[in-house]
Ligand binder design. Structure first.
Ligand code: N01
Length: 541
């Protein structure tokens, strides 16, 4: 029997699962779902795979997780074949890795690129999702898997006069593929989060002059990036199974964890020495391989914060400038802690100026630069390193409608409500990879992603084996989970900072702590228990 063109079209438009996004999560979701024998179609806005690493091509962009754990674990062969160049790989290398994975496992054939999903509606009668794309396609699927990333909805602030600017402007999260030539240019960077802190030292070396517009001074810890020696590579490859297993059950999915000891139990000198030793090592371990009370107890946190303040003061030669760069008013690490490669040193350069927006706020953007309350800073290029509408933004902009046409953004108007961060009541068979209410951004993303995809695939297998067609969290399970996520966050110092974890960076966004802060290992255990109890908390039918 030959299949007609119309027949093939119909089959392609009626699939088991639609996956949105071709980053770390989408690629793995397609791999696993296909392995289970499901018909899958994927859609990706970009022209290629990579997600975060496709979009964030700004100078200095790279991973803050160690390369040997910032990768997939599902294929031991892949793990052995791929060799990372350095401790913290640059964006270009991570993108190359994801392209390699897509080729190696033949994943691209399941995706339509340059295609955004601009609506997905659940039909109760057919128990199918009707997914629409900006290319005019409509695809029907039983399962809708969102792999849209946590930090993919770029936030360009609505500063008056932005359209008057005659120069070029860019957001770090939507960087042009051809790159930006800063040579001979007067460049302004607005924002000093992780992206700004990575980009600023690199741009400063290229630009004629760099003006950094800082609203909130940020803590930062040195990355101490370096090339990996062949000996390290072979040791890592030999021990990779154990390293991965440790990450899976650790607090933030990294190859280290908090000590079984509090900072406040140590005498000052011992504590200082430990902080110094870890500072010399570089990386997140300084905070997240240290003392748990630094995130719970203000006194312990103050010790850590003062340690970094001293480091800034030692690094920045001009004492008045150092004062402006030194953070105060929020506990360290309660805004995502950046890793840097010479960030504070950059302010010792003659071609770099810091504008403290707390003293001289931006009034507007004008045709030749940025006007603050005291002067106009003349610029040829503005870089918005101003962050993202995190976790909820990438989901609510898709146009997802559940039972009775209810919009996801309406349901979440007062903050996201999910069960395990993976599903939401009223939206059957919608599975969110690293959605709000899951550990997601509080650690190593690939660890989180693989756990989520595997768990969702387990749930889908359960449905298929038991002859059920839908899973949807109960209202009660969702409420309990929301309370639990909030209670855990409230036990820490995190809610004290105006961070994107709380939606505080987006005007009008409800102040709700978005990720689950109980730790990757604990979360994994909870998810496994839910599965062992026949997916307790889900209405399955
Ligand atoms: O964004 P951010 P990001 N006027 O929201 C400022 C991940 N990431 O893109 O603090 C003036 O952290 C804002 O000021 P304030 C990582 O999870 C990972 O840097 O709100 N300034 C802040 O300084 C990270 O946390 C990696 O007062 C304005 C900055 O812009 C997340 O992405 C690398 C402003 C935004 O900081 C987001 O980081 C990079 C305005 N109107 C990023 N609006 C790696 O793993 C905002 N700001 C390596």
């Amino acid at each position: 029997m030959t299949t007609t063109h119309a027949g093939r079209e119909a089959a392609a438009n009626n699939v088991d699962a639609v996956v949105i996004g071709a980053g770390f999560a989408g690629l793995y979701a397609v791999y696993r779902l296909r392995e289970m024998g499901l018909a899958v179609r994927g859609f990706e806005r970009g022209s290629g795979v990579g997600g975060t690493w496709y979009w964030n091509r700004y100078p200095g962009a790279g991973s803050d997780s160690e390369s040997w754990v910032y990768s997939y674990t599902f294929s031991p062969e892949l793990e052995q074949e791929w060799t990372w160049s350095s401790r913290f790989p640059p964006q270009s290398e991570i993108l190359r890795y994801l392209e390699h994975v897509a080729e190696r496992f033949d994943l691209k054939r399941s995706f339509e690129f340059n295609t955004a999903v601009n609506g997905a509606t659940y039909d109760e009668n057919s128990n199918r999702w009707m997914v629409k794309t900006d290319k005019g396609d409509t695809v029907h699927a039983t399962y809708l898997v969102t792999a849209v990333g946590c930090l993919s909805a770029a936030a360009v602030p609505n500063i008056a006069g932005r359209d008057d600017f005659k120069g070029a402007w860019y957001h770090t999260g939507q960087w042009p593929h051809e790159g930006v030539d800063f040579s001979g240019k007067r460049v302004g960077v607005i924002g000093t989060g992780s992206s700004g802190i990575q980009a600023i030292p690199v741009i400063a070396k290229q630009a004629k002059h760099l003006t950094v517009f800082q609203r909130t001074p940020n803590f930062s810890v040195p990355a101490r990036n370096r090339a990996l020696t062949p000996e390290e590579v072979s040791n890592l490859k030999r021990n990779i199974k154990e390293i991965r297993e440790f990450c899976r059950w650790s607090t933030i999915g990294q190859p280290y964890d908090f000590k079984n000891q509090n900072a406040l139990d140590l005498d000052r000198e011992t504590l200082r020495q430990q902080l110094e030793d870890n500072w010399q090592k570089g990386g997140f371990e300084w905070m997240f391989g240290a003392f748990p009370d630094m995130l719970y107890d203000q006194r312990a946190n103050d010790i850590a914060a003062d340690f970094v303040r001293e480091k800034i003061r030692e690094t920045v030669k001009d004492a008045k400038l150092a004062d402006k760069l030194i953070p105060a008013g929020y506990p360290i690490a309660t805004k995502r802690l950046p890793l840097d490669s010479g960030y504070f040193e950059t302010f010792n350069r003659d071609n770099v100026t810091l504008v403290d927006l707390r003293e001289t706020p931006i009034e507007r953007i004008v045709e030749n630069g940025v006007r603050t309350s005291d002067t106009t800073h003349e610029l040829d290029i503005i870089v918005f390193a101003t962050g993202f509408d995190a976790l909820t933004g990438p989901l609510t902009r898709v146009g997802i409608r559940g039972r009775q046409g209810r919009k996801l953004e309406d349901k979440w108007a007062d903050g996201p409500r999910t069960y395990l961060g993976v599903a939401t009541e009223g939206f059957p068979n919608l599975f969110m990879i690293t959605g709000p209410g899951s550990p997601s951004v509080l650690g190593n993303m690939p660890t989180s992603i693989e756990q989520h995809v595997d768990w969702v695939c387990g749930l889908i297998t359960h449905l298929r084996k038991s002859g059920a067609v839908r899973a949807e969290p109960t209202t009660q399970a969702e409420e309990h989970w929301g309370q639990h996520v909030k209670e855990l966050a409230d036990q820490t110092l995190f809610p004290q900072a105006d961070s994107w974890y709380l939606g505080a960076n987006i005007p009008g966004k409800p102040r709700v702590f978005l990720p689950y802060i109980g730790g990757f290992g604990t979360y994994r255990k909870l998810c496994n228990e839910v599965a062992d109890k026949g997916y307790e908390g889900f209405a399955i039918g």
